[in-house]
Design a protein around this ligand. Structure first.
Ligand SMILES: [Cu+2]
Length: 93
């Protein structure tokens, strides 16, 4: 029984301290105002993604996500899936 309580505490603190991470992706392939919409939709589908802010002008996507649910490779893959290659411009690896 003690073990179960300990486990519960562990998982709950995991939720409380879930690391939220922000990265900025560089997506040079954006070439019209519709691109950011397509990219944003795809990024929002990635597990753990909390906010996506795509800028056509600077050709970047600022993404905030829970790094226990997904990682940078998932984000890069999400833009690639809709036809745009991307790379990390700013943020932790
Ligand atoms: Cu476009």
């Amino acid at each position: 029984m003690k073990n179960i309580i300990f486990l519960l505490l562990l998982t709950q603190s995991g939720f409380l301290f879930a690391a939220e991470q922000s990265v900025v992706l560089s997506i040079p392939g954006m070439d019209c105002p519709v691109c950011p919409i397509t990219i944003k939709k795809s990024l929002q589908k990635v597990a753990g993604v909390k906010s996506v802010d795509v800028s056509y002008e600077s050709k970047t996507a600022a993404v905030t996500f829970d790094d226990q649910l997904s990682g940078l490779p998932d984000l890069l893959k999400a833009t690639e899936n809709v036809g745009y290659s991307s790379n990390l411009q700013d943020g932790k690896k």
